[in-house]
Design a protein around this ligand. Structure first.
Ligand SMILES: *[C@@H]1O[C@H](CO)[C@@H](O)[C@H](O)[C@H]1NC(C)=O
Ligand SMILES: *[C@@H]1O[C@H](CO)[C@@H](O)[C@H](O)[C@H]1NC(C)=O
Ligand SMILES: *[C@@H]1O[C@H](CO)[C@@H](O)[C@H](O)[C@H]1NC(C)=O
Ligand SMILES: *[C@@H]1O[C@H](CO)[C@@H](O)[C@H](O)[C@H]1NC(C)=O
Ligand SMILES: *[C@@H]1O[C@H](CO)[C@@H](O)[C@H](O)[C@H]1NC(C)=O
Ligand SMILES: *[C@@H]1O[C@H](CO)[C@@H](O)[C@H](O)[C@H]1NC(C)=O
Ligand SMILES: *[C@@H]1O[C@H](CO)[C@@H](O)[C@H](O)[C@H]1NC(C)=O
Ligand SMILES: *[C@@H]1O[C@H](CO)[C@@H](O)[C@H](O)[C@H]1NC(C)=O
Ligand SMILES: *[C@@H]1O[C@H](CO)[C@@H](O)[C@H](O)[C@H]1NC(C)=O
Ligand SMILES: *[C@@H]1O[C@H](CO)[C@@H](O)[C@H](O)[C@H]1NC(C)=O
Ligand SMILES: *[C@@H]1O[C@H](CO)[C@@H](O)[C@H](O)[C@H]1NC(C)=O
Ligand SMILES: *[C@@H]1O[C@H](CO)[C@@H](O)[C@H](O)[C@H]1NC(C)=O
Length: 789
């Protein structure tokens, strides 16, 4: 795929029509470059599904995931990355850079120094990317292609006919220049370069060690050596560097100069490990003993085709570009978390180890639920990894990367991931240990609750909310976000209650169920909301508000931290009582009890006008995860047609197949999975056995369950794509029988079935009756209707 221009226009205007789409063809629709510009921060390079090795060209511009489509210069090629994250750029350890020649044909004429000083632009139009493969051409005449196995990258560097003595330089650094110390060793006979280094995680505490082993093939060695700052030499083959002194960051590494390559190509094989240098060499030798680039590439493609198989789209006249958007969103759910099983230096275990939960606050809502349907084997391994992390470190993570604890952003939302897997009955998980892990979050406050568990638990248990300026001597963390933390803790407790119920812990069930109602304690019935100019934000009364330790109310403007505000309220900048979003948006975050929330806000009509105002005023941030539920929340007020209409305003305007086709960071597939669900006509209420239904974006979408082999199809009847689309469900049939509920359970996917949605041009009656609404505590409806469905 060539990407010469910003493709947003192509995506929106150029509409080629698709054939019916099955199995392996899904692969053709993946474009790893989608979301690689303008803050999507997706990893655009070569990876296996959940693979550790992730090879790409790193750039000098927005390089959070190594590469971005911002026409900045290539600083090197490295093979460890994350995808879609915010924070500092992640990893990018030990980049290789290639110079076709050194000035005066001398080591003194090679360019060492900083990676920015050596950076080279790439030729426009030279970029090619598909799953498992990435390539580009540098303006210095070097063309680079790369592919990967689990822990090893294989590069082909192609040189022009005039190349005489190319230099391969290895840099003992990472993307964020966080190296603390490092060692390198160059073998003058074989050209093997190996070493290790200590680096810092990109959004967390502590440090981690990374190890590499680079081999080369295709030309004979001319000379080898090490380099420090601007100078290199051939007499030394070994080097140790540390943090340097004062403010200077030591630039250093090793190099190999080759003679003219026999056929114009020099290959580099980069083994990675988090255990040892020997393990890095062993990974490389075992995974790529043959140096056969095409074989590695084909194997990687096959791995992706298998993982993308089982989802069948019948486009019904919808543009190809939208299938690209869809399948690429799905692809991105399989980049991170990454499978580091067998590479964990921290503890010995036969359980899987996954890393780069980055962060669960983003991904609990749709990423893990999507994997529950599409990759249940991988999801079960991730959940086991979370539980094993609790077993060995004492806590479940919210954010975890590079074997380090990351910063928690809100509640202990791993409780939702585990609760979701529990209510969907995933196999192979030790539920008793899982239950101990989530109860630990709910009952015990860690000293460092900024990186695990919850803060303010004494107040939570005693007062039923997290107060502003809490008195908390037990543990320490970012002592703000009291409103958003309270709402998330309440939902976390609900998920624990559901597990307690299923596991027969009746007293716990009552306790956590009661705590799940704590959101009510922050509702201030007479609170109003205004823009800074004094105009009311829609004349609504009643909002969540911060509350003091003594029970009196604090104040945070419900408008504050919205996209219309002048400040963005992130983790550390502008800390307020809500994290990354406004009270206006958090007002809707009560997934456990929408019925009571709706009553509290004045009934269904008032609730709907409030939701409409949120979506239409600019107060909603569609680029961040708390907005996701609000797109579908009309279901709970008996107006599922409005959820459908709402989604059609965001897809494709904010989610499309262009390089800037994402409204915010992809956050390890959080946006990708939200999009894939919405286009499939579904939204998972994570932590509950509930999928809300809207008409799919295509004529039909089918999921073949990888374990049971059963097929679940959601099919539109009377489908009409175009302007306007036909988007309102009039009636539905499940396996031929009339189906009036606006939601289905996970058994639809495990057991298979055909859900037919008969569409019309206006909102219909479907899903509007009291008994059709999705489950809610306090609705007077059985909260567990699926146990009898
Ligand atoms: C696509 O599938 C539908 C339904 O199975 C069928 O009617 C149609 O002919 C197919 N179109 C193509 C181009 O294969
Ligand atoms: C890329 O490098 C060129 C020269 O090599 C330089 O002029 C240009 O400013 C660099 N671009 C960026 C975005 O750094
Ligand atoms: C590639 O195109 C971009 C945007 O048009 C331009 O800024 C950049 O300089 C071009 N790069 C090269 C190497 O020509
Ligand atoms: C390669 O060498 C030939 C002959 O010396 C010269 O004409 C040509 O311009 C060179 N090409 C490059 C890309 O340097
Ligand atoms: C390297 O840095 C780490 C982290 O600062 C430190 O623990 C370790 O002792 C250092 N190693 C050496 C050999 O200096
Ligand atoms: C890195 O490699 C050097 C040289 O082999 C070794 O002395 C050192 O212990 C290694 N450091 C770590 C953290 O493994
Ligand atoms: C060129 O050499 C490389 C490295 O030895 C080898 O892998 C590749 O197959 C060769 N390519 C051709 C076209 O002969
Ligand atoms: C993760 O890696 C382990 C060890 O290589 C392997 O057994 C397991 O199947 C992998 N899991 C996935 C989901 O690929
Ligand atoms: C809002 O209610 C609180 C008590 O809940 C009361 O103290 C306050 O005066 C009320 N504010 C207005 C403007 O009525
Ligand atoms: C106040 O600001 C809001 C939001 O920008 C705007 O919609 C409204 O028209 C403004 N009101 C006045 C009186 O300027
Ligand atoms: C809010 O109420 C005022 C006064 O009654 C009215 O002028 C205004 O139009 C209302 N605004 C909205 C958005 O309903
Ligand atoms: C309650 O606490 C708030 C915040 O510390 C303080 O401003 C207020 O005076 C207190 N009110 C009472 C009645 O103690």
């Amino acid at each position: 795929m060539l990407h010469d221009q910003w493709l947003v226009l192509l995506a929106l205007l150029g509409c080629s029509l698709a054939q019916n789409n099955t199995g392996n063809h899904n692969f053709q629709y993946v474009d790893p470059l989608i979301g690689s510009y303008n803050g999507g921060n997706v990893f655009a390079g070569a990876s296996l599904p959940f693979g550790m090795a992730k090879a790409v060209a790193d750039v000098s511009g927005q390089n959070t995931a190594g590469w971005s489509y911002d026409y900045s210069n290539v600083t090197g090629f490295s093979a460890l990355h994350d995808s879609g994250t915010g924070g500092q750029p992640s990893m990018g350890n030990f980049p290789i850079s290639v110079q076709p020649e050194c000035a005066h044909d001398s080591v003194n004429g090679c360019t060492f120094g900083t990676k920015y000083g050596r950076a080279v632009n790439y030729r426009n139009g030279s970029i090619k990317a598909h799953p498992g493969y990435f390539s580009l051409g540098l303006v210095n005449g070097v063309d680079a292609e790369m592919t990967v196995t689990e822990h090893t990258a294989l590069y082909n560097f192609h040189f022009g006919p005039n190349v005489s003595s190319p230099l391969f330089l290895l840099d003992l650094t990472d993307l964020q220049d966080s190296r603390q110390n490092a060692t390198i060793e160059v073998n003058p006979d074989t050209g093997r370069i190996k070493g290790n280094g200590t680096f810092l995680p990109s959004f967390g505490v502590g440090s981690y060690q990374s190890y590499f082993c680079a081999d080369f093939k295709g030309a004979s060695i001319r000379d080898t050596g090490i380099w420090v700052n601007e100078r290199g030499g051939t007499d030394q083959k070994h080097l140790f560097v540390n943090r340097g002194y004062s403010l200077f960051y030591i630039q250093a590494g090793g190099f190999v100069r080759f003679r003219k390559p026999s056929n114009g190509t020099i290959q580099a094989r980069m083994g990675e490990s988090f255990l040892s240098t020997d393990q890095a060499c062993q990974n490389a030798e075992q995974e790529i003993p043959h140096w056969n680039f095409n074989k590695v590439k084909t194997d990687a493609e096959t791995a992706w085709k298998q993982r993308l198989d089982g989802i069948v789209v019948q486009p019904g006249g919808v543009c190809d570009a939208m299938q690209k958007t869809f399948f690429t969103g799905i692809y991105r759910t399989m980049l991170s978390p990454q499978n580091y099983s067998g590479e964990n230096p921290l503890w010995q275990s036969s359980e899987p180890y996954f890393d780069s939960f980055y962060c669960i606050w983003d991904s609990f809502r749709t990423t893990f639920p999507f994997l529950t349907i599409s990759q249940p084997d991988a999801l079960a391994q991730m959940v086991r990894s979370l539980i094993d992390t609790y077993t060995h470190l004492g806590w479940l993570p919210d954010c975890r990367m590079q074997f380090c604890k990351g910063y928690s952003q809100g509640g202990s939302n791993a409780d939702v991931v585990i609760g979701d897997a529990y209510v969907k009955n995933l196999s192979g998980i030790d539920w008793n240990q899982a239950y101990r892990a989530v109860v630990n979050d709910a009952e015990n406050e860690p000293f460092d609750w900024g990186v695990n568990g919850r803060g303010g638990l004494q107040s939570w248990k005693r007062l039923g909310y997290i107060p502003v300026n809490d008195y908390d001597y037990l543990g320490f963390g970012p002592a703000f976000h009291s409103v958003s933390r309270s709402l998330e803790y309440a939902y976390n407790d609900f998920c624990i209650a559901e597990m307690a119920r299923g596991l027969g812990h009746h007293t716990d069930y009552e306790r956590y169920l009661s705590r799940s109602a704590n959101w009510r304690n922050l509702y201030k019935p007479n609170q109003t909301s205004f823009y800074p100019n004094g105009t009311s934000t829609g004349n609504f009364t009643g909002f969540f508000q911060p509350r003091n330790l003594n029970g009196t109310w604090g104040f945070q403007s419900p408008f504050a931290c919205s996209p219309l505000d002048t400040i963005f309220c992130s983790y550390s900048s502008n800390p307020t009582e809500t994290f990354e979003s406004s009270i206006w948006e958090y007002q809707f975050y009560v997934p456990q009890d929408q019925a009571t929330l709706i009553r509290t806000l004045g009934g269904p009509a008032a609730f709907i006008s409030r939701l409409d105002y949120l979506h239409e005023s600019g107060l909603l941030d569609i680029g961040n995860e708390p907005s996701e539920l609000t797109c579908f929340q009309y279901h709970y007020a008996g107006r599922p047609g409005l959820s459908s209409a709402r989604l059609r305003t965001y897809i494709p305007s904010h989610f499309n197949s262009s390089v800037n086709g994402l409204p915010g960071n992809d956050d390890s597939g959080a946006s990708g999975s939200f999009l894939a669900f919405a286009m499939s006509g579904l939204f998972p209420v994570a932590g509950q056995n509930v999928y809300l239904i809207i008409p799919p974006y295509f004529e039909s979408v089918s999921y073949v369950h990888p374990i049971t082999g059963k097929t679940a199809t959601i099919r539109n009847v009377n489908f009409k794509a175009g302007d306007p689309d036909r988007i309102y469900v009039q009636s539905a049939r499940l396996d031929g029988k009339s189906y009036s509920r606006s939601w289905v359970t996970h058994e639809f996917f495990t057991g298979g079935g055909t859900l037919e949605l008969v569409l019309g041009d206006e909102e219909g009656d479907w899903g509007t009756g009291e008994g059709d609404l999705p489950p809610s505590l306090g609705a007077g409806r059985n909260y567990h209707p699926y146990s009898d469905s």
